[in-house]
Ligand binder design. Structure first.
Ligand SMILES: [Cu+2]
Length: 345
């Protein structure tokens, strides 16, 4: 919350003091850094009638358990639990559609497909894998332009997440005697609740550099059909990009993410000492990443208007309610293409 207050103060400052920006450069999306680093969603608005298609491929590797800042050995986890998670790989295919019915409002729909697998080791030493895949949750958002001229722009974000992702993923494990049983919390594909995500985005641009700030919080509404609620999540990110040419920009940013423990309980889970991944109070954490990225934009030629971008997250700080798997790296690669208003050429 403190981060959001800071962002709001910065937003208010940006809104009331146009003199803050020295050069009256007019912000434009028609540059490689006219879009934020690809790991950021809902960063830019569109002009009336424009629409945009996007696809993102995201892969995340989590490896090894943390408790607070401390790395745990598998044997440490086995002191309290019969099963220790070892690592988890998540692949996400994310499709998005943006459309601006007016210059003030841009609408956004995003949905994704998930493939995830987690390796485990039992106390006696047996290894097994759990895997789930399917549709994730679907997000409907609106971006509302507050400051739409000059070198510094600002918009408000509001999104509702529809629980299209399954929370009924089951699998066989060495303790389930051949039966498919409810998989642990991190293996489920959605939150099971309608979620609300308000946020704010500020963008700034000069001749050859740009920057931005975004803060957003996801709040879960109610309890899902299995009797639990995921924790809320707050992201705050600040980025800076340089544009050495008309087609390429390079970016660096800081992302702080805090997410809470779950409340409620999925009664399908038995003995709480089975695995840390079935414990509601071992879900929360804070992570700080320094993602590095590049954006390619093709202003002309056969690929005119297409964008290709990649971003690589390096976590620099993690504090988890553990034992919980820590994040090793996240890679996002994406494609975006905007289309002019229908009827224009
Ligand atoms: Cu767009």
């Amino acid at each position: 919350m403190r981060m959001l207050v800071c962002l709001c103060a910065a937003a208010a400052l940006a809104a009331v003091s146009p003199t803050l920006a020295q050069a009256q450069y007019e912000w434009t999306a028609s540059r490689p850094d006219g879009h934020a680093p690809i790991g950021i969603m809902a960063d830019h608005t569109h002009e009336r009638g424009e629409f945009m298609l996007s696809y993102r491929f995201m892969r995340m590797l989590m490896d090894g358990n943390l408790d607070g800042n401390d790395e745990l050995d598998v044997s440490d986890v086995h002191e309290d639990f019969m099963v220790a998670p070892l690592d988890m790989t998540m692949t996400m295919h994310m499709a998005g559609l943006m459309y601006a019915p007016s210059d003030v409002v841009t609408l956004l729909v995003m949905t994704n497909w998930l493939d995830q697998s987690m390796n485990h080791q039992t106390r006696p030493g047996g290894m097994f894998e759990a895997a789930s895949s399917g549709l994730g949750d679907t997000s409907l958002g609106a971006l509302i332009g507050v400051r739409r001229t000059g070198p510094v722009r600002m918009h408000l974000n509001a999104a509702v997440s529809i629980p299209t992702g399954s929370i009924e993923e089951t699998g066989v494990n060495p303790m389930s005697m051949g039966r498919a049983v409810q998989m642990p919390y991190p293996m489920q594909l959605g939150s099971g609740t309608w979620d609300f995500t308000p946020g704010i985005t500020i963008l700034g641009m000069s001749e050859s550099t740009s920057w931005g700030l975004q803060g957003r919080t996801t709040v879960r509404m109610g309890e899902n059909s299995r009797g639990y609620t995921k924790g809320s999540q707050t992201d705050a990110t600040l980025w800076f990009a340089v544009k050495p040419g008309d087609r390429l920009s390079l970016s660096a940013r800081v992302l702080t993410r805090s997410w809470g423990d779950y409340s409620g309980h999925d009664s399908a889970y038995g003995n709480p000492m089975m695995a840390p991944t079935i414990r509601e109070e071992l879900r929360g954490g804070t992570r700080v990443d320094v993602p590095m990225g590049l954006n390619l934009y093709f202003p002309d030629g056969a690929l005119a208007g297409h964008r290709i971008a990649a971003e690589w997250h390096i976590p620099v700080y993690q504090n988890l309610r553990g034992p919980q798997l820590g994040t090793d790296w996240i890679l996002t690669v994406g494609w975006q293409k905007s289309f002019a208003p229908l009827g224009h050429h």
